[in-house]
Design a protein around this ligand. Structure first.
Ligand code: NAI
Ligand code: MG
Length: 377
């Protein structure tokens, strides 16, 4: 029995989450797994009527759940960032979900923009560090309007610490953002990547950095990677610069098995990953704290442009459910969901984004149906 907090959210969120739960329930039936779904209303409507994004009591309740199953938040009536920061980022930091796990897998028969590549070539994991790097929020803008005191404090700090004068001669305005990588922060995510490779029977872990230019941050990242790699003898390793790996994702995706990356490079690479696996309607994501409460969601947002019309592809949300099962230790159940998705897609039941004519719920029904058929054999 698993207690799962559900945050359907905004736009197409509730539509795709309904299909995700439908498939997980079907999977639970055949695998003898029970789910208790605890629904939370967080999102635009809740914010507009209460002025609240997330409250402390709910966070406390969420911390007693086995996982969080999330749709998407974001609504044109709310200023950009309020819900995304107030809900998504808040949860990510509160539960210290330091791994962002994104499988990049092209299902049979789905088109990729990469010429000559098919499902045999595109099947790997991106493990993105989810809490550090340029996302720690340290920085400032120094301009003529800033108080003298503010400027002096920041200037002195930078002069002493780094020997740089941030108030460049004659510059009207200077902005800077500080990236932070800690030994502990790098180590825990790199360790997760190696453990994932072992768990999934994969034989290569590729590390992404830009150690040739951003020497401080990424030399530390490299050292930690080397040390963790030395503990995993059977696994081949490599360092790849972020600019080069961007090319290789397109030219030889079949080379990659597990790719571990610092936060910002991972943000960009995973959008590329979503495209080569056939689009945003198919890409799931996990925000994982292996010792705590993890959160599973599709990569896409709330898609207000297609909300409420049965057009949304629920596959990314359904596959996020499979990721959740795997992280809960239910690997067989997870694989069953993935095989059912593959079968449903192969049979041609697809939403319009994949060139089909099926509705959101028809795709959910088809996946649940295939899952029951697969379980009988
Ligand atoms: P989006 O991902 O919601 O939509 C981008 C495009 O992809 C749209 O044309 C949409 O119709 C299409 N699309 C997305 N999901 C689809 C699906 N399942 N099936 C078929 N088509 C799909 O990104 P956008 O438009 O930039 O953002 C909309 C809102 O979502 C904003 O408020 C944004 O901040 C929020 N957002 C939330 C995220 C989250 O909750 N994790 C992530 C990304 C954006
Ligand atoms: Mg992104």
């Amino acid at each position: 029995m698993y207690r799962i907090a559900v945050i359907p959210g905004d736009g197409i969120g509730p539509e795709v989450v309904a299909e995700g739960i439908k498939v997980l329930e079907a999977c639970g039936e055949v695998h003898g797994i029970e789910f208790e779904w605890l629904r939370y209303p967080f999102g635009a409507e809740h914010y507009l009527s209460t002025g609240e994004t997330l409250d402390e009591d709910s966070l406390e309740e969420l911390s007693r759940c086995d996982a969080i199953y999330m749709g998407a938040v974001g609504d044109p009536r709310v200023e950009p960032g309020v819900l995304e920061r107030g809900i998504l980022l808040r949860l990510r930091f509160y539960f210290d979900q330091y791994v962002n796990l994104r499988p990049v897998r092209l299902y049979p028969g789905i088109d990729t923009p990469l010429k000559g590549k098919s499902h045999e070539h595109i099947n790997f994991y991106v493990v993105r560090e989810n809490t550090e790097d340029f996302y720690v929020g340290a920085g400032a803008r120094v301009r003529s309007g800033s108080s003298r005191e503010e400027v002096e404090v920041v200037r002195e700090l930078y002069r002493l610490k780094f020997g740089i004068d941030i108030e460049k001669e004659g510059a009207e305005e200077v902005a800077f953002q500080l990236g932070v990588i800690s030994k502990e922060g790098a180590e825990r995510v790199i360790r997760y990547a190696f453990e994932l490779a072992v768990r999934e029977g994969m034989s290569r872990v590729s590390s992404v950095d830009k150690a040739n230019v951003l020497t401080h941050m990424y030399s530390l990242w490299r050292e930690v990677f080397e040390r963790v790699a030395a503990e995993h003898e059977g696994i081949e390793t490599e360092h790849v610069y972020v600019d080069a790996i961007t090319m290789y994702f397109l030219t030889r995706p079949e080379h990659f098995q597990v790719v571990v990356t610092p936060n910002m490079f991972g943000d960009i690479l995973t959008d590329l990953g979503a495209q080569i696996q056939g689009g945003i309607g198919l890409a799931p994501s996990g925000n994982i704290n292996p010792e705590g409460v993890s959160m599973f969601e599709p990569v896409h947002g709330s898609a207000p442009d297609i909300a409420g019309r049965g057009l949304a592809n629920p596959v990314a949300q359904i596959l996020a459910g499979a990721l959740m099962l795997r992280e809960l230790g239910e690997a067989e159940a997870a694989e069953l969901v993935e095989r059912a998705v593959a079968e449903a897609l192969r049979s041609g039941v697809r939403t319009p984004d994949l060139g089909g004519r099926a509705s959101t719920s028809e795709v959910g029904d088809a996946v649940a149906q295939k899952l029951r058929e697969l379980a009988e054999h």
